[in-house]
Write a protein that binds this ligand. Structure first.
Ligand code: SF4
Length: 156
């Protein structure tokens, strides 16, 4: 990594831009993202910004269980995020389907079978501090060139 790439990598770690996707969540995880932007947790103080478009994002936050309809949306969104990128999965649902696992509309697969997940944030729902920690861990992986997409892993 040359000096310019190093400076860019540090800048990305210190100011990660985040977009989010609800893949089939009960909204419990998503509601915990909102306090991150409040003065109490103040994610912007550590450089984290939430953005509406994946084309400006470094990190994708995905909540909810994988459904028949959301699989395509996840792949579309992931494709729009420019490299390098990281994926953070929020809560128990992306890992296991959680309480929705037996629904006929739920695929019953881990999010990891669709996109390469870099950080799992456990909980139902996870606390805002845990979500912020997950974002910052993903930002650190990005700086180190250690996200799964940076290691050459592709989507399904
Ligand atoms: S992990 Fe819990 S709070 Fe989050 S979407 Fe699933 S059921 Fe809802």
């Amino acid at each position: 990594m040359n000096l310019l790439e190093r400076v860019v990598a540090i800048g990305r770690r210190r100011s990660p831009w985040v977009c989010r996707l609800n893949a089939g969540s009960c909204n419990g995880c998503d509601i915990e993202i909102t306090p991150l932007l409040s003065p109490r947790y103040d994610a912007e103080q550590v450089g984290v910004q939430l953005h509406g478009t994946p084309k400006h994002a470094d990190i994708v936050l995905i909540s909810g269980t994988l459904t028949l309809r959301s699989r395509r949306a996840i792949l579309d969104l992931y494709a729009q995020v420019p490299a390098p990128k990281a994926v953070v999965a929020l809560g128990s649902c992306p890992a296991s389907g959680n309480v929705f696992a037996d629904s006929p509309l739920v695929l019953g697969e881990s999010l990891d079978t669709v996109v390469p997940v870099d950080v799992w944030v456990p909980g139902c729902p996870p606390r805002p501090q845990a979500i912020l920690d997950g974002i910052l861990r993903a930002a650190r992986l990005l700086e180190e060139g250690a996200t799964r997409s940076q290691q050459g892993e592709s989507v399904s």
